[in-house]
Design a protein around this ligand. Structure first.
Ligand SMILES: NC(=O)c1ccc[n+]([C@@H]2O[C@H](COP(=O)([O-])OP(=O)(O)OC[C@H]3O[C@@H](n4cnc5c(N)ncnc54)[C@H](OP(=O)(O)O)[C@@H]3O)[C@@H](O)[C@H]2O)c1
Length: 254
């Protein structure tokens, strides 16, 4: 598939370059600085990319990149959510611009484009309830407004999925194709975290569910490489079981 990768210079973006090439996708990398991207990648990998310079808040440039490069799918890893509940980053503005570009490109193509977005564990639902984990642990709240935007889109205008990992750590600083990984594949679940460990603790008034979220949180640590592999492998087909949903992931081998 032809993929527009926005934010290729980031932690996850670099691993996605390797994972997408390993899965035989073609990549158009949309980055603020092509010099930075070329300094972060081996020349043998950089030479396989089409690179477009631009800012990810510029919807028109992103739409042009999608159409000019004839992309079938978009992966957005640009922008980093602010951690404290009062924090502000440029992620919501980037997110709006990318969603708008993907939607408009789909209108011109006369079919919705496939798109993967990133969020965090907090936008998944607390199992058995209609509240999100971030209702109990209010951090990285900007992801909530991004999800709201996706859910407010007219049906069939964007074929979106939102990956919601907890902390992602690097397995290696080397970017290689094919990717070398010692970790297993992720186990995924739509809308709620997979393999959640329940406990009577949740019934403690006021603080029970917050304590249970904190107890579970560490179990959802995964690697950047595992998440990149998950997206690259999903994009092997235009049909995805993750269309229109948030996706929680856990390292099943742990
Ligand atoms: N890392 C984690 O543990 C973790 C966990 C859960 C969710 N997430 C989410 O996953 C996503 C990727 O995380 P990450 O760790 O890969 O982030 P990162 O390393 O900080 O990378 C962010 C990327 O966004 C780009 N960017 C920022 N502002 C931009 C703009 N205005 N125009 C174009 N590009 C822009 C940066 O480009 P430059 O190189 O030019 O600065 C960089 O490539 C984020 O949305 C984050 O909130 C991360």
């Amino acid at each position: 598939m032809k993929v527009l990768l926005i934010g290729a210079t980031g932690n996850l973006g670099l691993r996605l370059v390797a994972a997408l090439l390993t899965h035989n996708h073609s990549i158009t990398a949309f980055v603020r600085s092509s010099a930075k991207l070329s300094s972060l990648l081996p020349a043998s990998i950089y030479s396989h990319l089409e690179v477009i310079q631009g800012v990810a808040t510029d919807s028109a440039s992103i739409k042009k990149a999608i159409l000019d490069s004839n992309c079938d799918a978009v992966v957005n890893t640009a922008g980093l959510a602010a951690l404290p509940p009062w924090g502000r980053s440029d992620l919501p503005a980037i997110f709006r611009a990318v969603v708008e570009a993907v939607r408009e490109a789909g209108v011109e193509r006369e079919r919705p484009l496939r798109a993967w977005f990133l969020a965090g564990l907090g936008v998944l639902y607390f199992p058995g309830s209609e509240k999100m984990l971030s209702d109990y642990v209010p951090i990285y709240l900007e992801h909530r407004q991004n999800l709201q935007l996706l859910k407010s889109l007219p049906q069939d205008s964007v074929d979106w999925s939102m990956l919601c990992p907890s902390t992602m750590t690097p397995e290696s600083s080397d970017v290689t194709v094919p990717t070398k990984t010692s970790q297993g594949k992720l186990v995924a679940n739509a809308a709620t975290p997979p393999a959640w460990q329940d406990s009577w603790i949740k019934h403690i008034p006021l603080i029970g569910k917050t304590i249970l979220c904190a107890m579970n949180a560490g179990r959802y640590e995964t690697t950047l490489e595992q998440n990149a592999e998950f997206i690259a492998s999903d994009l092997e087909s235009l049909e995805s079981r993750w269309s229109g949903t948030t996706v929680g992931v856990i390292d099943g081998s742990k």
